[in-house]
Design a protein around this ligand. Structure first.
Ligand code: SAH
Length: 339
């Protein structure tokens, strides 16, 4: 198994069984998370390094393409062990670097505007592969990473146990030591899993891809809307807030003449009134062979101004990396389109 798939406790137990002093597990993981190969971890005896090299794999995805946009967002195509390709992005904000990681190869949620859904789900990523995305980008760029968003390809709550293990590793001192408050998980709204996540007593931020203010419109653009009603999502969001006290973000991709009318803006305000939340408006990114367009600047401003007037905390997402296909799954698709 990949070393990056182990928690410290798991590795200690395994070392005990192998007759290796358990405190070595701490040294191994610290070294690996600093970006070293096993043979470079100098506080381990050479004989142990050799033994570990024989017994364990230490696999970090390989950067096969990197693209920098005008706004300094950098997108990476990473090749994982089985030859599959995943996408990861590094976004530079004034408050520090944020990495956007993928949680699955492909996605089976079927959102109509999303490039990751076009070919369905290939497979879940393991915790070690998600950690590998971060290590690979850190090694490649030598940049420090302050925040993690699980907003790349895939639906994290459809890969629940692996994502949970990943979350329980990355905030540890031996690992990246990133506070859970600096981690955001984005979901298309798998309601029972939102309750389960809330009951894990983590303090990560939750972003919910709402993208519509009525079930009729949501069903037209998101397959998951056939399973869960917006009102049930709102109840789950309130439960999450009450449990974690973390403010919820609602993502809303504005699509011209689909979900961007003034009436939609008023409906959305009514829906979210009184909830401790924040709306992130994202003018939809054009995806090849998909007919959705972003609204005009005026329509976007009108929509946003209604929400603000109705006292809903709202921001428009900087359209980071649009020139490099930075939206979920787009870069990978354009990479394969070249062949
Ligand atoms: N499955 C998760 C996370 C992955 S997508 C989710 O649905 O939240 C991350 C965000 O990008 C989601 O809000 C998703 O709806 C949005 N997104 C996907 N394709 C997009 C596009 N073409 N334009 C704008 N936003 C997009």
């Amino acid at each position: 198994m990949n070393l990056l798939d182990y928690t410290l406790d798991e590795l200690k137990d395994l070392f005990k069984k192998e007759g290796i002093p358990p405190y070595r597990a701490d040294q191994v993981l610290k070294g690996v998370y600093l970006g070293h190969n096993i043979h470079e971890i100098s506080n381990l005896p050479i004989s142990l390094r050799e033994l570990l090299n024989k017994k364990f794999e230490h696999i970090i995805p390989e950067v096969i393409e990197s693209l920098k946009s005008k706004d300094d967002t950098e997108k990476f195509l990473l090749k994982i062990e089985d030859g599959n390709i995943i996408e990861t992005a590094l976004m530079k904000y004034s408050y520090g670097n944020t990495i956007c990681i993928s949680s699955q190869i492909g996605c089976r949620m079927g959102c109509k505007f999303c490039a990751s859904c076009i070919n369905g789900l290939i497979r879940n990523l393991t915790p070690g592969e998600m950690i590998g995305e971060i290590l690979s980008v850190k090694n490649y760029t030598k940049e420090d990473i302050k925040r993690i968003v699980i907003m790349g390809s895939g639906e994290p709550l459809d890969n629940f146990s692996n994502v949970l293990k990943f979350l329980n590793i990355i905030n540890r001192e031996y690992s990246f030591n990133i506070s859970q408050r600096n981690i955001t998980l984005s979901t298309c709204g798998i309601v029972p899993k939102i309750y389960e996540l809330a009951d894990e007593n983590l303090s990560i931020n939750l972003a919910i891809s709402l993208h519509a203010a009525s079930d009729e419109i949501r069903i037209k653009i998101m397959k998951i809307a056939c399973l869960y009603k917006i009102n049930d999502i709102i109840d789950a969001a309130k439960y999450y807030f009450n449990k974690t006290k973390r403010r919820i973000t609602f993502e809303y991709a504005l699509i011209n003449s689909v979900n961007d009318s003034k009436e939609d803006a008023y409906k959305l305000s009514k829906l979210l009134k009184g909830i401790n939340c924040h709306v992130n408006l994202i003018p939809v990114n054009k995806v090849t062979n998909v007919n959705f367009e972003k609204p005009s600047r005026n329509r976007i401003d009108d929509f946003m101004n209604i929400l603000i007037k109705e006292r809903i905390n709202t921001t428009k997402r900087r359209e980071l990396g649009e020139d490099i296909d930075a939206s979920c799954g787009q870069l990978k698709n354009s990479y394969f389109a070249k062949f």
